[in-house]
Design a protein around this ligand. Structure first.
Ligand SMILES: Nc1ncnc2c1ncn2[C@@H]1O[C@H](COP(=O)(O)OP(=O)(O)OP(=O)(O)O)[C@@H](O)[C@H]1O
Ligand SMILES: [Mg+2]
Length: 313
């Protein structure tokens, strides 16, 4: 009996760009599976290999070794079927400036064998336009759209053939708050209806809110893979947050996350909070708006990416 089929399966995927003299190892032995119906997050810093992995999944790049399947279809040997199961929102904005939004969606549907101009296909296009806030732009030329609107069209394009597996490579980069909310409502609805979702994003609060499981890539390797709740529970700490108008004492610099005047430092228990406050006092620094909070996914991410920075606290 074969095992229940994964929505996406990556097996020992490696990818090297360039030649023997100058090689970039973008992916290094990546293996994991995404089950049907999952909302799965793929996270990692710039250059970690996320888009490369998605390009291989989409058949736009070839793995140097290893294999990838979509619903049991190998993306190389069985490309057409695998591709038909996928709706991919690419990270880069690519579009044809000569068509209107509606034409762009019709053409895209045509590539995937959606029968044109039937009542059903038009109703779905209308629904996509509405959910993505594009109804009033349906007849506008692609080149007349703003950057964020073009990205909305990319999302609509990916969904036009109702793919069972939806892959979003930073879909909310440059997208305003309102659309982000409507986009996530819509994608969540599709997920509840059974579509599998693979998401990459640098907005970790999005990943935390949406993804049931998360894989983290670092320099082409999977360095964490777990349920989101387990990743959050596995972090040792709470977080001490405060505002500082003077420079941060150098003794705290290595363990702190600084955004403008706001400083965050992981603290496992009251004793660590005391130690941090004592260090601040000794340096004559006066923290304002002090609060102790729960660690979020961003803390977990930084802890994992900086390999044990937490242990040094
Ligand atoms: N076509 C290419 N030719 C050569 N090197 C490439 C190519 N595409 C990507 N790379 C390299 O492969 C590595 C992974 O890049 P990739 O685009 O997959 O990262 P990413 O995780 O998507 O990053 P980001 O968060 O910035 O989108 C980087 O070192 C990048 O420079
Ligand atoms: Mg990328």
């Amino acid at each position: 009996m074969p095992a229940p089929m994964a929505a996406i399966s990556f097996r020992n995927v490696a990818k090297t760009y360039g030649n023997a003299r100058h090689a970039v190892r973008a992916l290094d032995d990546v293996s994991f599976e995404i089950e049907p119906g999952e909302f799965f997050g793929l996270l990692g810093p710039n250059g970690a290999g996320k888009t490369t992995l998605i390009s291989i999944l989409a058949g736009l790049a070839r793995a140097s070794s290893g294999s990838v399947e979509v619903l049991g279809h190998d993306v190389v040997r069985d490309y057409a079927t695998a591709r038909l199961s996928l709706g991919i929102v690419p990270q880069e904005l690519v579009f044809d400036p000569f068509f209107s939004v509606r034409e762009t969606l019709r053409i895209q549907g045509g590539y995937f064998g959606v029968r044109r101009n039937t009542r059903q296909s038009e109703a779905w296009i209308d629904e996509l336009l509405e959910h993505l806030g594009l109804s009033d732009k349906a007849d506008a030329n692609m080149r007349q759209l703003s950057g964020g609107m073009k990205r909305r069209v990319l999302v609509a394009q990916a969904l036009v053939h109702r793919p069972p597996v939806i892959v979003l490579d930073e879909p909310t980069a440059g997208v305003d708050v309102e659309l982000r909310q409507t986009l996530w409502q819509f994608i969540t609805r599709l997920n509840h209806e059974g579509h599998t979702v693979l998401l990459t994003t640098h907005y970790l609060e999005e990943a935390e809110a949406l993804c049931g499981r998360i894989a983290m890539l670092k320099q082409g390797k999977v360095v964490a893979l777990d349920r989101t709740a387990a990743l959050l529970a596995g972090t040792s700490s709470g977080v001490l947050r405060f505002r500082l108008t003077t420079p941060l004492p150098s003794a705290l610099a290595a363990q702190a996350r600084v955004t403008g005047e706001v400083v965050q430092i992981n603290a496992r228990d009251a004793r660590e909070v005391e130690t941090i406050l004592a260090t601040l006092r000794k340096a004559g620094a006066e923290p304002e708006d002090l609060e102790i909070g729960r660690a979020d996914l961003e803390d977990v991410f930084l802890e994992i990416m900086h390999g044990g920075a937490q242990a040094a606290v």
